[in-house]
Design a protein around this ligand. Structure first.
Ligand SMILES: Nc1ncnc2c1ncn2[C@@H]1O[C@H](COP(=O)(O)OP(=O)(O)OP(=O)(O)O)[C@@H](O)[C@H]1O
Length: 240
């Protein structure tokens, strides 16, 4: 449904990803895991269509463009939370992206936004300015915007960061339900335990795809070592 073939991404002279080939399927909850600077966010941005002209090929659901079918949830800290909008406004942005220029949000859009805010547990905060939210509440608002958009492909960059354990459970259950409803869910995370518990597809990345498969296939000492072992100079096995 979604994937890349032989993808290489360079930022100037720095190679962030090299020769990456991986597929993400509808109905699957996938976790992309790796150390800092491994290229995880870069992979997600390519899938979201946000990096122009990557080297290699990117596949989408036939007949769709990324703008139509992808809901991308960036890392929370990359957003401007001082922007003067409410929780409701942010969730509605999930719909307005779909409306086109000439249509105002209608009753159906308001219904979808209300349902998304209910599902993520922030409906009662809908009139609040987004600058006045806690980290966990902000993450829920981003998820509400994603749900309101109703994309088939959900791409989330570290959605568990800054979220308390009880809320993490709720978020993971929510994402699992989205996959069970037939969406492709791809999450970048540092939390191996949560990924093993909730996901049916793990991708270990360290500039290259180190391993790709079910948690049982992927989660071996050899693969973990190859993904995470870092010397003091920052060189990793993947670079060897
Ligand atoms: N716009 C950019 N310009 C230059 N280098 C970049 C840019 N974006 C990312 N990089 C570099 O590319 C590499 C991969 O970055 P990326 O953000 O994909 O890593 P990541 O695995 O998501 O890391 P983290 O876990 O720290 O978020 C890093 O070395 C990073 O410094």
């Amino acid at each position: 449904m979604l994937g890349v073939d032989n993808l290489t991404v360079r930022y100037g002279t720095h190679t962030a990803l090299e020769g990456a080939t991986v597929r993400f399927e509808a109905g699957q909850f996938s976790a992309v895991i790796g150390p800092n600077g491994a290229g995880k966010s870069t992979l997600l941005k390519v899938l979201a269509g946000l990096l122009p002209d990557p080297q290699g090929s990117v596949h989408f659901d036939p007949g769709h463009t990324p703008r139509q079918c992808v809901s991308y949830v960036p890392q929370q800290q990359t957003l401007d939370w001082a922007f003067p909008v409410t929780v409701w406004d942010v969730a509605m942005m999930g719909r307005t992206g779909r409306l086109g220029w000439l249509r105002w949000p209608g009753g159906k859009d308001r219904q979808k936004v209300a349902a998304a805010l209910e599902e993520t547990g922030v409906y009662d905060l809908r009139h609040r300015h987004i600058g006045a939210l806690s980290g966990g509440q902000r993450q829920r608002v981003l998820l509400a915007r994603m749900l309101a958009r109703e994309g088939h492909l959900l791409l989330l960059d570290e959605p568990l960061t800054g979220v308390d354990p009880a809320t993490q459970e709720g978020l993971m259950a929510l994402l699992r339900r989205q996959a069970d409803r037939g969406r492709a869910v791809v999450m970048v995370t540092h939390d191996l335990d949560q990924a093993r518990r909730w996901c049916d597809h793990l991708v270990l990345v360290n500039r290259r795809i180190v391993a790709d498969g079910t948690p049982d296939e992927v989660y071996t000492p050899h693969n973990i070592e190859a993904t995470f072992s870092v010397s003091h100079l920052g060189h990793t096995h993947a670079e060897a």
